[in-house]
Write a protein that binds this ligand. Structure first.
Ligand SMILES: O=C(O)CCC(=O)C(=O)O
Length: 257
């Protein structure tokens, strides 16, 4: 990361990177996601009227093989390597948000939760690093993430979110861009448009942290299929709650700023 990126990320808690997915790959992914969106529409129609108009498919990586290259996306890997100690992939999900679809504001900072912890100890460390891809343009009001920049370093617990609206910064995104952020930063979203928001979200964590669900073998099949010594294999390995001895791929993939 460049010194400017490090400064911005550390102070704000997020960084937006455009053109993070090559146009041909993005088109191919979106063809696959069209099929998922048809299914999501059926699932959405089956929701009770009072439900949040959102459909989310967890563990999407094991269900949609076209997403596999995103695990080691060369535009994102340097940031993972630099800001997550001995990283591994924890969660993957696909979400569609229709008009009114929302994620209520949350974060785990103040009081902080160990699995979420952002801290600085000679370098940035995350226990939960979010990689949030826009699969189509997300314009203002179309459900882009709203954040409170810097709130990952807050010292007081947040007051009710409706009192903080003037602090919310909405982040519109172009299709194929990615928003990197610490889950310690307060964030939420609301789609007030008639466009369906389509996003893929991956979470990376240090190797000592377990998966939220699916157990330690969540990615075992993909791990076994990945080439020996590759970043793919490394990021798909099982968590190890104590001293981790699994060899990290040689060399850093980022350039020191
Ligand atoms: O889908 C959203 O708008 C929110 C995503 C989120 O809360 C997260 O990535 O932690």
């Amino acid at each position: 990361m460049t010194p400017e990126e490090l400064y911005r990320y550390d102070v704000n808690g997020y960084l937006l990177i455009e053109n993070a997915i090559e146009p041909d790959y993005l088109d191919g992914l979106n063809e696959r996601l069209d099929i998922w969106e048809e299914k999501a529409l059926q699932d959405f129609r089956a929701l009770p009227q009072t439900a949040n108009p959102e459909v989310r498919y967890d563990d999407i990586l094991n269900q949609e093989p076209s997403l596999l290259p995103l695990v080691v996306n060369p535009k994102v890997l340097p940031y993972i390597d630099e800001m997550v100690s001995r990283p591994r992939l924890k969660s993957t999900w696909l979400t569609f948000k229709w008009n009114g679809g929302r994620t209520t504001f949350h974060s785990n900072h103040t009081p902080s939760v160990t699995h979420d912890f952002y801290h600085f100890n000679g370098r940035i460390h995350h226990n939960l690093f979010q990689v949030f891809y826009a699969m189509r343009d997300i314009g203002p009001g179309e459900g882009g993430l709203k954040v409170i920049p810097g709130s990952h370093k807050a010292n007081y617990p947040p007051p009710p979110d409706e009192t903080l609206e003037d602090m919310h910064v909405e982040i519109p995104m172009k299709a194929g861009s990615v928003l990197l952020f610490t889950h310690d930063m307060r964030h939420g979203s609301l789609n007030t448009s008639d466009k369906v928001r389509r996003t893929i979200i991956f979470t990376y964590c240090p190797g000592v942290i377990a998966n939220s669900f699916g157990g330690d073998t969540l990615y075992q099949r993909l791990f076994e299929e990945a080439p020996e010594g590759s970043w793919m294999k490394y990021l798909l390995r099982q968590p190890h709650g104590f001293l981790e001895v699994y060899p990290k791929p040689e060399g850093r993939v980022y350039t020191e700023g």
